[in-house]
Design a protein around this ligand. Structure first.
Ligand SMILES: C=C(CC[C@@H](C)[C@H]1CC[C@H]2C3=CC[C@H]4[C@H](C)[C@@H](O)CC[C@]4(C)[C@H]3CC[C@]12C)C(C)C
Ligand SMILES: C[S@@+](CC[C@H](N)C(=O)[O-])C[C@H]1O[C@@H](n2cnc3c(N)ncnc32)[C@H](O)[C@@H]1O
Length: 360
């Protein structure tokens, strides 16, 4: 090969690589870079073992139903997926209905702002974000409402990511992040002017326990809104295809067992809440929330190749390839759940803590 041919071949390869990595880029351009993918608080050499351990929870499903084991299992899951989520999705770890003419980022922000508008908070109020992730919703909500948001997450790596994002966004005076279990929160009774949870309480082994704990820390008269992951009225437990989809969603999203929509309001009432409103935000006329997942499929292939290469070069932890493959399959189960209408990640419930125990 003469030097001109060699040069041209090199240039074509470099341009192809640039297109593959940068133009056909990740869903979210800001934040994480592929070369920074880690196993969260897990050291690189233990990522594969922790991934295998994560799967072993599903080989003994009875164990994940016990409340003591679940926070550990969820913590392991978020160590494994947090960087991939941030890299390929953004800082808000939830879905939102598509809005014609608006970007995913704007649709996400509007979905978050709707939550805080529903709980009617004032600037300066102190509100709780139960299961805050790396704080995408918290920052949007604090900026929109000027309320002080206190987020809690079981995963320490997320706490550090959230604090660093809060600082960079200049919102650290409005946003506080605490590492802890939302089933036993380190907050006094009646200390919040409102509360919300976005696609997080589905990780609780028992919904009643987390609702009771949120109820405890809220001031009487204040409001709580939650976007819940549920099976809908279209779900038929005797249909093997439905069962396959729902189990696929549970395994790929660290869920101890998806609840039916009909259990949500009943549980809220049981712990003492008045149910103000309940609505599945995924139902028409809302546009499908799963189109974003489906549209990303080409980018996920690209991501997979990037991760295989980075793991082979020793830049990404070895187990990252398996974690990514799991997420790849999960995206498909979630899409099938959305398209068939048997699953919703945004069953909204708005509740009030009564002014006095007798008024409920
Ligand atoms: C509420 C939860 C998380 C919801 C979503 C934020 C995530 C659910 C599935 C995730 C993803 C699936 C496919 C990944 C893709 C293969 C990868 O290349 C880039 C990241 C994904 C798109 C990833 C992003 C986050 C999700 C959409 C649960 C856990 C309760
Ligand atoms: C899918 S993420 C959603 C995060 C955030 N609400 C958002 O929309 O970006 C679920 C969050 O719930 C948190 N979580 C799950 N179980 C928890 C528990 N027992 N205590 C505290 N946080 C928990 C996870 O750590 C994670 O931050």
């Amino acid at each position: 090969m003469d030097s001109l041919t060699l040069f041209c071949t090199g240039a074509v390869l470099a341009a192809g690589l640039y297109w593959f990595v940068c133009v056909l880029g990740p869903a979210e351009q800001r934040g994480k870079r592929a070369v920074d993918l880690s196993g969260g608080s897990i050291s690189a050499e233990k990522v594969q073992d922790k991934y295998d351990q994560y799967w072993s929870f599903f080989r003994r499903p009875k164990e994940i139903e016990t409340a003591e084991k679940v926070p550990d299992f969820v913590d392991t899951f978020y160590n494994l997926v947090t960087d991939i989520y941030e890299w390929g999705w953004g800082q808000s770890f939830h879905f939102s209905p598509a809005i014609p003419g608006k970007s995913h980022r704007d649709a996400t922000r509007l979905h978050e702002e709707m939550a805080v508008d529903l709980i009617k908070v004032k600037p300066g109020d102190r509100i709780l974000d139960a299961g805050c992730g790396v704080g995408g919703p918290m920052r949007a909500i604090a900026a929109h409402s000027r309320a002080k948001v206190v987020g809690i997450t079981i995963n320490e790596y997320q706490v550090n990511r959230a604090k660093s994002h809060n600082k960079k966004a200049g919102l650290d005076s409005l946003c506080e992040v605490v590492c802890g279990n939302f089933l036993e929160m380190p907050f006094p009774d009646n200390s919040f002017d409102g509360a919300y949870s976005i696609e997080a309480t589905c990780h609780a082994p028992n919904l009643e326990e987390v609702y009771a704990e949120i109820f405890r820390v809220m001031k009487p008269g204040s409001l709580y809104v939650s976007y819940e992951w549920v099976t809908t009225d279209k779900y038929k437990a005797e249909d093997p295809e439905h069962v396959d989809v729902i189990q696929g969603i549970e395994r790929g999203d660290a869920l101890p067992g998806l609840r039916n929509f009909s259990d949500i309001a009943e549980t809220a009432r049981k712990v003492g809440f008045e149910v103000v409103k309940e609505l599945d935000l995924a139902r028409p006329p809302a546009q499908p929330w799963w189109t974003r997942l489906k549209m990303g499929r080409l980018a996920y292939w690209r991501n997979h190749i990037v991760i295989i290469v980075l793991a082979a070069l020793g830049i990404a932890p070895k187990g990252t390839v398996d974690v990514h493959e799991m997420l790849f399959k999960t995206a498909d189960y979630l899409t099938r759940g959305g398209e068939s209408g048997i699953f919703s990640p945004m069953h909204m419930i708005l509740c009030r803590k009564p002014e006095s125990p007798t008024s409920s």
